[in-house]
Design a protein around this ligand. Structure first.
Ligand code: UD1
Length: 422
């Protein structure tokens, strides 16, 4: 298995291009199931999760008609001859559950394995199920699979989500585009990926209002048509690379970066002593002093501080001046990176959903294990701030969410290389 070797680094300087958002693309791709006509996505990231979604859609009968350099994904679903999303594919990635709503809306039936994905908590699907049931679906769990039927078609309804779940909002919104009448999703997730999906669905002929706010209203239509849509910038990749100069010093410009995608995160960076300036091409990041200051962080649904940047922020806090408390409110089990950071000399005390981090002058390189997607990149960031060499093992997690990670870091001067495993 491959690993990544990182050496403690001085200041980083240069530019890093930011890719299209993995999480947006994983919701946009299943939208192809809603129409017989082709959907073309530009700016699609080159990631193993995107490959997994491609395989899943192909297994259902969709065609991926072109893939030029990974930057264009053209999908076509004129015939869907299978309505079973198999465990062997779904177990690789939780976002596979996003085929449920579209299949149900288009075919009136879907059988979808309960998902796997990152081991960061229980991650149930009750909100997806209740939402789709409110639209008239009958759903049963049998042998690890959700069996969903809508023999009389779906019907608009008012759905109040108990939690602003990203996936549930996406699944319900896609299903509702072809339901009869009006659907309202209350306490909807407001993430930029939701807005991106709604924009694409609107291009396909859906009637959607309010995406990006707490209430989304969808007026069902009889059919959707083809469209071309550019995937929104990946705000998590953006935030991750913004931390590189915050940790190592120097000045890095993130090409394609947008402040509106990372507002709460930038506020915390500013508080810690890192400047973020808007440029014509994106965002420029520069640390003010030699060391950042400790800041407290609480993860929340958008527009709050994203849980997907918590591990990376913890890496920054490990060498900050003072003590910070990071509170995780989205996933109950998302501090698996803490023991690995402790192996590198970090002072972290985890109690339930809180991690108290006392900054040290310098971390020390060590062999560490990536436990999930965001944890793995936090270990690379920590390795850049450490004395000596760090080897990050189990990098397949990284390949799920960061394209060309070695090239992007080394392009700004980081000493990092991928070591081929056996
Ligand atoms: C998406 C993102 C993921 C991110 C997360 C939160 C994708 C592909 N993934 O995941 O990177 O970390 O949003 O920003 O977009 N929950 C329930 N019942 C449900 C659904 C969710 O209890 O039916 C809980 C989950 O266990 C979790 C919380 O709600 O504690 C957030 O989950 P959700 O917003 O649904 O995340 P995902 O869509 O899975």
């Amino acid at each position: 298995m491959d690993s990544i070797l990182v050496k403690g680094n001085g200041p980083l300087n240069g530019q890093i291009p930011i890719a299209g958002a993995k999480n947006a693309c994983l919701a946009l791709m299943p939208a192809t199931l809603l129409s017989e006509e082709p959907l073309t996505l530009t700016n699609a990231p080159r990631l193993s999760d995107i490959k997994t979604m491609t395989e899943l859609l192909q297994s259902l009968g969709a065609e991926v008609s072109s893939l030029q350099d990974g930057l264009v994904q053209a999908l076509s679903s004129h015939t869907i001859d299978n309505h079973v999303a198999d465990y062997e594919i779904v177990r690789k990635m939780r976002a596979s559950n996003l085929v449920l709503g579209p299949m149900l809306a288009r075919l009136g039936q879907a059988v979808v394995s309960l998902p796997g994905g990152c081991a960061i908590g229980a991650r149930p699907m009750d909100l997806h199920i209740h939402g789709l049931e409110a639209l008239g679906a009958e759903i049963e769990l049998k042998d690890g699979y959700l069996h969903a039927k809508a023999p009389r078609g779906l019907k608009g309804a008012v759905i109040q989500l108990g939690f602003a779940s990203v996936g549930a909002t996406e699944n319900i919104m896609m299903a509702a585009t072809l339901a009869k009448g009006t659907t309202q999703i209350k306490n909807a997730a407001r993430e930029p990926e939701i807005v991106d999906l709604a924009d694409c669905l609107k291009k396909m002929g859906a009637h959607i209002e309010g995406a990006g706010s707490e209430v989304i209203t969808i007026e069902g239509v009889d059919r959707l048509h083809g469209a071309t849509h550019p995937v929104v910038t990946d705000r998590i990749e953006l935030g991750t690379y913004m931390l590189a100069p915050a940790i190592c010093g120097g000045e890095v410009e993130l090409l394609g970066g947008r402040l509106d995608l990372v507002g709460a995160f930038v506020e915390k960076l500013n508080e810690a002593g890192v400047d973020v300036i808007e440029t014509k091409a994106g965002l420029k990041v520069k640390r003010r002093g030699d060391r950042v200051k400790a800041v407290n962080v609480t993860t929340e649904p958008f527009p709050g501080f994203p849980t997907d940047l918590q591990a990376q922020m913890m890496a920054l806090m490990c060498t900050a001046e003072g003590t910070s408390v990071l509170e995780e409110k989205i996933f109950e089990n998302r501090f698996m990176h803490a023991p690995e950071l402790i192996r590198m000399g970090a002072k972290i005390d985890v109690q339930g959903g809180h991690a108290t981090v006392t900054g040290v002058d310098r971390l020390k390189g060590a062999p560490v294990m990536a436990t999930d997607l965001r944890a793995s990149v936090s270990l690379i960031l920590a390795g850049l701030a450490a004395e000596g060499e760090t080897i990050v093992n189990r990098v397949y997690h990284l390949d799920r969410g960061y394209e060309q990670v070695v090239r992007k870091f080394s392009g700004v001067g980081a000493q990092i290389e991928r070591i081929k495993g056996s």
